[in-house]
Write a protein that binds this ligand. Structure first.
Ligand SMILES: Cc1cc2nc3c(=O)[nH]c(=O)nc-3n(C[C@H](O)[C@H](O)[C@H](O)COP(=O)(O)O)c2cc1C
Length: 165
């Protein structure tokens, strides 16, 4: 049994997709949880603000959820051919915690999924680049869905199997 954390960047279709992954993971006997970055409503990262703020709202819970999971399923929509600011912002905050930066990202198994307005391939590429750069082992298979293309249950199951093993 693995502990797989679903991290969604937005609260509508991508949260629904994260819930599909979480339900499937539970059905396969894994432990799963969902973190909604949009709900955390973290302040915008700037270097000045990172020096001023002793406590970043939402950070402790986010770090605990992420560090205690075996693997992460990142679910985010495409925004302007890239990733949404909620995801980029959260990673900027997490990456400035230098002391255990490597422990959080390095070797972590990561899966990528999206429900986007049109294509969705660009946000997958953007996320793959960022999480690989941070040292994560991003699995090759990904899930792309949109209003004309339902999430494929077989892809969900295969990705969860890869994240669990
Ligand atoms: C600022 C903004 C930029 C967007 N850019 C793209 C884009 O480049 N490609 C795309 O396929 N969809 C784009 N969309 C559409 C979103 O990916 C789509 O609405 C998605 O369902 C949003 O996620 P949600 O339903 O979880 O809120 C954009 C939406 C917004 C608000």
């Amino acid at each position: 049994m693995a502990k797989i954390l679903m991290i969604t960047a937005t609260s509508d279709n991508n949260l629904a997709l994260a819930e599909k992954f979480a339900d499937a993971a539970s059905g396969m006997g894994h432990e799963s949880d969902i973190v909604n970055l949009a709900e955390l409503d973290m302040p915008m990262f700037t270097v000045a603000r990172s020096k001023e703020l002793d406590v970043v709202p939402g950070m402790a819970a986010l770090k605990e959820a992420m560090s205690s999971a075996d693997s992460w399923m990142i679910v985010a929509p495409e925004y302007n051919g890239s990733m949404p600011p909620t995801l980029n912002n959260a990673v900027a905050w997490l990456s400035t915690e230098w002391q255990d930066f490597r422990a959080l990202f390095n070797r972590r198994k990561v899966g990528l999924a999206t429900h986007s307005g049109g294509g969705g391939e660009h946000v997958i590429m953007a996320m793959r680049q960022m999480f690989s750069y941070l040292g994560c082992n991003v699995i090759g298979r990904k899930l792309v869905s949109n209003k004309d293309k339902e999430a494929n249950p077989e892809t969900i199951e295969d990705m969860l199997n890869q994240l669990a093993n």
